[in-house]
Design a protein around this ligand. Structure first.
Ligand SMILES: Nc1nc2c(c(=O)[nH]1)N[C@H]1C(S)=C(S)[C@@H](COP(=O)(O)O)O[C@H]1N2
Ligand SMILES: [Mo]
Length: 224
């Protein structure tokens, strides 16, 4: 079906100024405290500030993905490529997670309640080939990001459709986003549509613009 093979190029409507200023932060090493923290002891990573509201951050394009149009694909180095409609996705076993968000622009938000499908269950459905080591995500706004496969299949990682008991809003990445709380939040794509398993790493949108390839908040891996 044509819509399943839909390409998702970056649109021309990016907020260029926002992208430029975030790239400048990386060049200047802004917000770096030069310290590390121990996740077992300190809940707030170095240089972070706690917020109570939930800020919205993206490239300025918030695609409207209607439930009937949404598709999720898990493909690449897999034995059984997965293509799901939202209905099929919602029929998979659902779980809840509670975790903290840490954004590289310095805000952290505690105790977010998510509902969705564990990443490891989705990956298991697709049966990764032995040589699969990395994951590249593509979203409906054209955004991309990347993580090692072993980060993606950690127990806490969800493909989330709900937050605090209500469907995820469009501005926060609904119908479905990745929530990968152990890394800075730019590693958690909103409006996700494609999960590709790879042999070699493929740096994403911010990773090629001066942001750290790994992005561990406890090690303050903001830029790199
Ligand atoms: N598709 C997509 N996902 C994205 C982004 C984006 O621009 N597009 N921005 C990332 C960044 S930089 C952050 S901090 C979080 C913000 O998520 P929120 O708007 O729900 O707080 O989404 C991440 N995921
Ligand atoms: Mo971010």
């Amino acid at each position: 079906m044509a819509e399943d093979d839909e390409q998702v190029p970056l649109t021309g409507k990016l907020r260029d100024k926002l992208v430029e200023s975030k790239q400048a932060w990386a060049r200047e090493g802004r917000l770096l405290t030069g310290t590390h923290a121990d996740p077992a002891r300190d809940r707030l990573p170095p240089g972070q500030t706690l917020v109570k509201d939930w800020p919205v951050l993206d490239l300025g394009v918030q695609p409207e993905v209607t439930p009937d149009r949404w598709r999720l694909r898990v493909e690449g180095l897999v034995q059984a490529p997965v293509r799901l409609t939202l209905e099929e996705f919602m029929a998979l076993p659902q779980e809840e997670r509670v975790n903290d968000i840490h954004c590289v622009t310095q805000w952290s938000r505690y105790d977010n309640h998510w509902q969705g499908v564990p990443a490891r269950d989705l990956v298991a459905l697709a049966r990764p080939k032995d040589e699969a080591r990395f994951v590249s995500f593509t979203s409906y706004d054209g955004y991309t990001t990347n993580v090692p496969l072993e980060e993606f299949i950690r127990d806490e990682v969800l493909l989330a459709h709900s937050w605090e008991g209500a469907p995820l809003t469009r501005q926060h990445g609904g119908p479905v986003r990745v929530v990968l709380p152990r890394l800075y939040f730019w590693k958690s794509p909103k409006w996700v549509t494609r999960i590709e398993l790879l042999r070699d790493d493929r740096p994403g949108f911010w990773e090629v613009r001066g942001y750290h390839n790994n992005g561990d908040p406890w090690l303050e891996e903001r830029y790199g």
